[in-house]
Design a protein around this ligand. Structure first.
Ligand code: MV4
Length: 586
């Protein structure tokens, strides 16, 4: 007998299908919900039955609690799985499900609430003996206080939005004279994101790794951990690559942070699958950041090395069953890597690149798993997250997994939209990644964008193909009085060379009438603040203005020492990509 008759999945895309698959294995009926924009989506086709819940905008459909509950009622569902995002960490919705007689396949609403407040989470974790980054949990009231805390904790410090999470509103402050601007900027960002300008301060960790621990807790008091995931490769706090084990975690550290995570889960009365996100310092100290009270995108890598199905555990836990494994029975085998294949334009600041997938063929073969929510002809809608697929591989060790991932990326056939495939090829062949470094700054670098563009249609394992890192030329040579044509294959020094070419290209591109001294907006957005005046002398790298785009603050810097002339923007003004902000000339 199945533990539930039918389960509704309040989500879309790859995670909806991921959950349906496990439900089917458990003999449970699958119920999809969909928006008007998703009538022909893959998750709708997969499910046994599907219900329209509203318009394309998430607020009208996937976030529409009444409509989702109504669909569950009509379907006669016994339980709701929220996936990740949308309503997954909405305590009110978890409660509403239970009040409507639906089992919530997730943690208790009280645990969602406690962990949803970053300040409360830090305080409760501290009380439970979980290490947090040295600093304050109370909101900081002035730039003066920031300076005082900096002197106390040691510079640099981090200013973070109290209501924040996932790093949004994070400002690094190197010294006292940067405190004022960073404080104001962090408050503005907190306000823009969370309608809450409260910020707090902690010591800034240099070159940290993002290391998180997966936990499982059932209703019988069993709590176990499933090791760590390393998600250090991010861009603007969006994870791009995840792996386990972390290159920086050995068995002893794993056991230590695993125990901390289990204690933390117990302290908040946790149940279901959850993740403790933390920072690992260069010195090997691990500090709690926040707890994610949902199944995460990157749960897949843990599944590959443990052989467990985390969604299955979630469902059985919700049905009141005990965990299927004890801590001492958990075995970690090999190494797993996940690359997020997003529809994004790397050369345009990783901007979402929606559109129709005109050709699509997933890689396959040994050690490869693809979790996706698309087929050929699918539309990547600007209304939703631009993730097309998660490409996940398992190998005997990290190097095996890395090469397997490159093989899989080479096999992936995807056309019609710009994707991160080329970027991942560039990243995974970069010496920094090969060595298991933190690669901070690499993702955003110009050379990575250049290499990604070259590899978008080129193959890593076919170096003679166009756009690869080998240049082919024909020479005239004479041997023993006879002429031969020889093909000369010259390896390019790819990064230095590509970066140089890219610089040259962008110099040649011209930037309006003011030429190379014009400073232009890197994106479409709104000018939040202008930090300079016309006629002012500035240094290279100095902040000229702040452009907000999709609620992110982006600093626009001077490209050279010089004087600001022709300042052509003011706060509140919308700007387009490439629009001239000012001219800095010598
Ligand atoms: C930090 C930090 C340095 N010091 N906190 C938090 C959420 C995560 N998305 C980024 N966060 C950081 N918090 C203190 N006190 C640096 C980062 C950080 C980071 C951490 C690990 C891996 C990649 C990162 C990229 C940018 C910032």
């Amino acid at each position: 007998m199945a533990v539930f008759g039918k389960v509704l999945v309040a989500n879309r895309g790859e995670i909806a299908i991921r959950v349906f698959r496990t439900l089917r294995e458990l003999g449970i009926g699958t119920v999809a919900v969909y928006s008007e924009a998703d009538r022909s989506a893959a998750h709708v086709a997969y499910a046994d039955e599907a219900y329209l819940v509203g318009g394309g905008a998430p607020s009208e459909s996937y976030l529409n609690q009444e409509a989702v509950l109504d669909a569950a009622r009509r379907a006669g569902a016994d339980a709701v799985h929220p996936g990740y995002g949308f309503l997954a960490e909405n305590a009110a919705f978890a409660r509403a499900c239970e009040e409507n007689g639906l089992v919530w396949i997730g943690p208790p609403a009280a645990a969602i609430e406690a962990m949803g407040s970053k300040v409360e989470a830090r305080e409760r974790m501290q009380a439970a003996g979980v290490p947090i980054v040295p600093g304050v949990t109370e909101p900081v009231e002035s730039a003066e206080e920031v300076r005082r805390l900096g002197d106390e904790l040691g510079w640099p410090i981090a200013i973070k939005a109290s209501a924040g999470g996932g790093g949004k509103g994070l400002k690094m402050v190197r010294s006292a004279d940067e405190a004022e601007r960073a404080y104001e900027s962090a408050r503005r960002e907190g306000e823009a994101y969370f309608s809450d300008s409260a910020v707090y301060v902690e010591r800034y960790l240099e070159d940290p790794r993002h290391v998180e621990v997966q936990v499982l807790a059932d209703a019988h008091g069993n709590v176990i951990h499933l090791g760590e995931r390393d998600c250090t490769i991010q861009r603007r706090h969006q994870k791009l690559v995840e792996e386990t084990p972390s290159p920086a975690v050995d068995d002893e550290l794993r056991e230590r942070i695993g125990r901390i995570a289990v204690d933390a889960a117990r302290a908040v009365g946790y149940r279901s699958a959850g993740t403790l996100e933390g920072l690992l310092s260069r010195e090997g100290e691990w500090f709690f950041l926040e707890m994610n009270t949902r199944i995460q995108v990157e749960h897949t890598v843990t599944e590959l090395v443990t052989g467990l199905d985390l969604v299955r555990e979630q469902i059985l836990i919700a049905a009141g069953e005990p965990l299927s494994v004890r801590q001492e029975d958990v075995r970690f085998t090999g190494h797993a890597l996940e690359c997020r294949i997003n529809a994004e334009d790397v050369s345009n600041g990783f901007l979402p690149a929606p559109g129709t997938i005109t050709h699509y063929r997933e890689p396959s073969g040994p050690g490869i798993r693809v979790d996706s929510g698309v087929v050929g002809g699918s539309e990547i809608s600007p209304l939703y997250d631009p993730m097309i697929a998660k490409l996940v591989v398992h190998g005997v060790d990290r190097e095996h997994a890395r090469r397997r991932m490159l093989r899989a990326l080479d096999e992936f056939e995807l056309a019609g939209v710009k994707t991160l495939v080329g970027f991942h090829k560039a990243l995974l062949t970069h010496p920094c990644f090969v060595e298991g470094g933190t690669c901070h700054g690499l993702v955003e670098s110009e050379l990575m964008a250049a290499r990604a563009a070259e590899l978008e249609n080129g193959k890593v394992f076919a170096p003679a193909e166009p756009a690869a890192a080998v240049r082919e030329s024909v020479r005239v040579v004479e041997v023993d009085g006879r002429r031969f044509d020889v093909r000369l294959l010259t390896p390019e020094a790819p990064y230095a060379e590509l970066a140089r070419r890219r610089r040259e290209r962008s110099r040649g591109a011209g930037q309006g009438g003011a030429g190379k001294d014009a400073v232009v907006s890197p994106m479409q957005g709104t000018v939040l603040a202008v930090e300079v005046e016309e006629g002012q002398a500035v240094k290279a790298g100095q902040v000229l203005c702040i452009v907000e785009a999709m609620k992110m603050e982006n600093e626009v810097h001077a490209h050279r020492d010089g004087t600001v002339s022709e300042l052509s923007v003011q706060p509140g003004q919308p700007v387009k990509t490439g629009q001239v902000i000012c001219v800095v000339s010598g």
